[in-house]
Design a protein around this ligand. Structure first.
Ligand SMILES: [Zn+2]
Length: 293
């Protein structure tokens, strides 16, 4: 399957030998769109209804903006996050829809998604589709966030997750899209080995799963070990991890079921020294469940 997908990619190399972004084939794009179509279960009307209680009275911010606030006081804040995973075309439609309504959101771009690029040794060869997509989100006033599947990638391939993250953040800077936050992707390997990708960072290393430790995994006949909880996200110029923020009300469509939770935990108070004051409403969607036409 990997080989088949690789042949679908057109890799363009410039004269100096460094890889330039390459374009996905239209066949590959339509094949994926057809796969995602089967999963659609919510429509723009549902999204509008979900957001309507917060249209007045709540200030809509991106995560990057919120974590920089010094003190929210009595302010009510709406934070919208989209874990794009694989359906970037629906994500783009949502982004345009939100922009027309004066909304902004945080879009989490997954580096192991089919449209993002192609791992070549320890580096990613990016697609032009990713470059155009990230720039468009930025242009529309949305935030681009790095959807973190680093530990999983490092357990499956010969990459150093620290160097890899630096390379990717530099790549986004080079295309004019600043990235100041990460958000953890839930890969099946995380559940199997009982860790979360956020545990790469010492600020996020989680005692519930064992705290700072070494995890190992055998893939393609090779045993790899990764140390968790050693590096600081701040050394990468990052301000936050998606689950750092506590939310009083949290709407999520995880698993394709829209539901609401109260008091979703966070790690840091940010500009909210008195949790009795103010309100944070978090909305998390996965575009694959949404049909925006
Ligand atoms: Zn994800």
């Amino acid at each position: 399957m990997k080989q088949m997908l690789d042949t679908l990619f057109r890799i363009v190399t410039n004269r100096k030998g460094s890889a330039e972004p390459y374009s996905l084939s239209s066949g590959q794009i339509s094949m994926n769109a057809a796969l995602f179509k089967r999963k659609k279960r919510y429509r723009p009307e549902d999204y509008d209804k979900l957001l309507s209680p917060y249209k007045r009275g709540h200030e809509n911010l991106t995560y990057a903006e919120y974590v920089k606030m010094r003190e929210i006081g009595d302010q009510k804040v709406l934070l919208i996050r989209h874990d794009i995973d694989h359906d970037y075309q629906t994500a783009l439609k949502i982004a345009e829809w939100e922009h027309r309504r004066g909304l902004k959101a945080t879009y989490c771009l997954l580096h192991t998604a089919w449209y993002y690029g192609h791992l070549d040794g320890s580096k990613i060869l990016h697609t032009q589709n990713l470059v155009d997509f990230a720039r468009r989100l930025h242009e529309l006033g949305h935030e681009v966030n790095f959807h973190n599947n680093l530990v999983v990638t490092a357990l499956n391939h010969d990459i150093d997750p620290v160097r890899f993250l630096s390379q990717e953040l530099e790549f986004f800077r080079s295309i004019g899209v600043p990235v100041t936050g990460t958000s953890t992707h839930g890969d099946s390997l995380c559940r199997k080995l009982n860790f979360r990708n956020w545990e790469l960072f010492k600020e996020c290393c989680d005692e519930r799963f064992g705290g700072p430790r070494t995890i190992s995994h055998r893939s393609s006949g090779k045993l790899r070990e990764i140390r968790l909880g050693e590096v600081s996200m701040f050394d990468f110029g990052l301000d936050y991890e998606g689950y750092d923020v506590m939310r009083d009300i949290y709407h999520t469509d995880s698993g394709g079921n829209l539901r609401t939770r109260k008091m979703a935990r966070g790690r840091r108070p940010f500009g909210r020294r008195d949790p009795e004051k103010g309100e944070i409403v978090g909305v998390l969607t996965h575009p694959v469940w949404w049909d925006f036409g």
